[in-house]
Design a protein around this ligand. Sequence first.
Ligand code: 6GU
Length: 225
Amino acid sequence: MRIDIITLFPKSFSVFDESIISRARKNGLIDINIFDLRDYTKDKHKKVDDYNFSGGAGLLIRADVVYDAVSAIDPEHKAHRIFLTPSAPIFNQQKVQELAKFERILLLCGHYEGVDQRAIDLCFDEVVSIGKFVLTGGEIACMAVVDAVARYIDGVIAPESLKNESYANGDELEYPQFTRPREFMGLTVPEVLLSGNHAEIEKWKREQSAVMTQKVAMTGKGEEV
Ligand code: 6GU
């Protein structure tokens, strides 16, 4: 899968040089390209923003700069194009799986007060938010989206890992897990997990998933795309 990211802060994406994503890039499973929006300005001061016609403080990213960047990077509109903004439907695991099916995606990270709406209307297929809160820019949201999507690309992680995890079955959350030692600070590993009885262990996992899901549902309501 090819992933193109347009940002004003390319250096922040060094996170993709670590861990699983880095390995997937080296193995040729994902081709992540970071583009600096400033490289697509025409004026000598490399100005990307301008004042907001609705008034108020804060500058907006200009439509022409975004249009020029997107047109240069994806001239034939081969990529599924996503703009990251808090003013959007909220991302979830179903969306992750949908995005993972594209051969190519392109993401634009907003910054400052946002982006001229005409750029969004003209250039993007979809807008995505990662939750009901506001970040200083779309970069961290972009990293979250790309990381989650990359996990669903063949070869990036073991397929079994995708089966037994939160949101693999609807909104069901994963059960608690334990490793050695059997006792830590007075807390013990549930007896059934030490029993070697696989049927009982499976039953315990299903029950604990339900308990976890119920607990979380009662403490905060999640949002759907
Ligand atoms: Cl995609 N961008 C920003 N700036 N803030 C957010 C967000 C995105 N999703 C949640 N908060």
